[in-house]
Write a protein that binds this ligand. Structure first.
Ligand SMILES: [Zn+2]
Length: 368
């Protein structure tokens, strides 16, 4: 979670002149009452205490651990990131912006009562909770980070107003070891409001896109969200050091385009897009989220676009790593076979997709 990944992303956005096509807004940090929409008061107090005295961090709340080390000012920084996603949601709901992007956000592992997986406050959950507070009755959350969007699923487990869909590497091989297809929401009205596609390790572009298109559009078309919130963790990439999918930037960009289209088709264009994981901080993250900003700005950067030399020099100066030369991995156009064609019962990817569909589609009145 080296913050250099955010700085390099912002610089690459600027290098393509996209900063002139978007309005860059500093929203307020999330205040107490906002944080409490999702997080327990005792947890917020524990974060504040660790923020003042990192040595006294309470590991019962996941603080001061290897994944979530305590540091001075951690409450303020985390509340600031959360505030940007909440501000994005408010702007989209209120109509000041049709789309909003917070690539510092997408901290989807934070739980109502504890830190987890590099995440302190769950900005995605807070943005959704704020939308509900403002009167939204249907919000869809699509999470394509390589890790399960467990914190967001947990926050709205009992809430039928929020449909959470997560595509991720199978819990058998990856943190946080949840996100099984059988996790479908609390019994009763919320049953069928959580969707989990657990992908086999090694899944590449064709499989990842096939899974996305076999599950997400049908659910969104049926649910008709008033706002679409998406999380674009870039850690599905084949270069990512923390996970085992084999997705290219070309496919990540294709899914970003698809999310943008789904927002227009089914959510009146209202789209809040967030970052997430991504640990190849030079090679992958800046390119992935620059595409995201470009798509939201309506000024798509072509897959084969050459990266401005100034940015590459800055990358080397800051990190001593060689920056990529082009905006994707040269796999454009990425091809996949649609779900209806070519279902193969012996294929592990198809088995994963079918498990997700069978678990939840009938609960929503859809054919699995
Ligand atoms: Zn992740």
């Amino acid at each position: 979670m080296d913050p250099v990944r955010l700085a390099l992303t912002r610089r690459l956005v600027d290098a393509f002149g996209l900063d002139r096509d978007v309005e860059v807004v500093s929203a307020k940090p999330a205040g107490e009452s906002t944080l409490r929409l999702v997080h327990r008061e005792d947890y917020i107090e524990a974060v504040k205490a660790a923020s003042v005295d990192p040595g006294a961090a309470d590991s019962a709340y996941g603080l001061g651990t290897v994944d979530d080390p305590a540091f001075a000012g951690m409450h303020e920084v985390s509340a600031l990131i959360a505030g940007q996603s909440v501000g994005a949601a408010e702007a989209v709901w209120g109509g000041e912006a049709l789309h909003a992007v917070n690539f510092a956000g997408g901290l989807h592992h934070a739980m109502p009562g504890g830190a987890s997986g590099f995440c302190i406050y769950n900005d995605a959950s807070l943005a959704i909770a704020r939308l509900l507070e403002l009167g939204a009755e249907r919000v869809a959350y699509v999470d394509v980070d390589v890790h399960h969007g467990d914190g967001v699923q947990a926050a709205f487990w009992e809430d039928p107003r929020v449909l959470t869909i997560s595509l991720h590497e199978h819990p058998r091989t990856l943190f946080p070891q949840t996100g099984w297809p059988e996790e479908t929401g609390a019994a009763g009205a919320a049953e069928g409001s959580a969707v989990n596609v657990a992908l086999p390790a090694g899944t590449g572009d064709a499989g990842w896109l096939r899974a996305f298109h076999a599950v997400v559009p049908e659910l969104i078309a049926d649910f008709r969200p008033q706002v679409l919130v998406t999380q674009h963790g870039a850690d599905t990439h084949f270069e990512d050091p923390l996970a085992h999918l084999a997705v290219s930037l070309d496919a990540q960009r294709a899914v970003q385009v698809a999310c943008h289209e789904l927002a227009h088709e089914y959510a009146g264009g209202k789209w809040v897009a967030l970052g997430g994981g991504g640990y190849a901080v030079v090679e992958v993250v800046p390119r992935s989220w620059t595409h995201l900003v470009a798509i939201a700005a309506g000024r798509d950067v072509e897959p084969g676009a050459v990266i401005p030399e100034g940015w590459r020099q800055e990358v080397f100066a800051r990190t001593r790593q060689l920056a990529p030369a082009r905006m994707t991995d040269g796999r454009w156009p990425v091809e996949y076979v649609g779900w209806e064609a070519g279902y193969d019962p012996a294929d592990r990817l198809d088995q994963a997709v079918l498990a997700a569909r069978r678990a939840v589609f009938p609960l929503r009145g859809l054919l699995a």
